[in-house]
Design a protein around this ligand. Structure first.
Ligand SMILES: [Zn+2]
Length: 169
């Protein structure tokens, strides 16, 4: 999703923010985002959202993403930074509740050299981990576990995020 001009039209996170992610073609692409029809988006905040990784490193691999095409923390507003951390906290709680992992990797990769898959649109990865699973860096490099069906992941996680959003405004 690199774009020399900085255009956001090719950015998958901008697309997800604006139109959601649908596995079926949408007959009316210009209407407002409808969370109930998002295949991968788990919850929307005011300025950011949580989305399942289409190519997960482990079951429950989610990302917290600002709506705006912000390349790094330096360019994010206080409001965006605050909500990013609030939703990262919700994601930690949701993953712990749904998957009971032994640990969670939480991280931001800035730039190609750091392993960023999508450049110039910051996102926080949360990857549930279990004792004895593959090394995180190995997982990023090449190995991927056979994941749970993403629809199943969404069904497990979405109600938890909705509850947390209600309780922690
Ligand atoms: Zn973007």
């Amino acid at each position: 999703m690199t774009s020399a001009s900085g255009a956001t039209t090719e950015c998958i996170f901008c697309q997800a923010s604006e139109r959601g992610v649908r596995l079926q073609p949408d007959a009316s692409p210009h209407r407002m985002p409808d969370p109930s029809r998002d295949a991968l988006i788990l919850v929307r905040g005011r300025v950011s959202y949580v989305i399942l990784n289409l190519y997960p490193y482990s079951n429950g691999h989610v990302m917290v993403v600002p709506n705006r095409h912000a390349p790094n923390l330096a360019s994010m507003s206080a409001d965006e930074r605050a909500e990013l951390m609030t939703l990262t906290r919700h994601a930690e709680i949701a993953l712990t509740e749904a998957y009971a992992p032994h640990g969670i990797n939480i991280g931001i990769n800035l730039g190609t050299a750091a392993g960023a898959g999508v450049l110039d649109h910051l996102h926080v990865h949360l990857v549930p981990r279990w004792n004895g699973d593959t090394n995180f860096m190995t997982a990023i490099g090449n190995t991927r576990v056979l994941p749970e069906d993403l629809g199943e992941s969404a069904k497990r996680l979405r109600p938890i995020f909705e509850r947390l959003s209600r309780d922690d405004v």
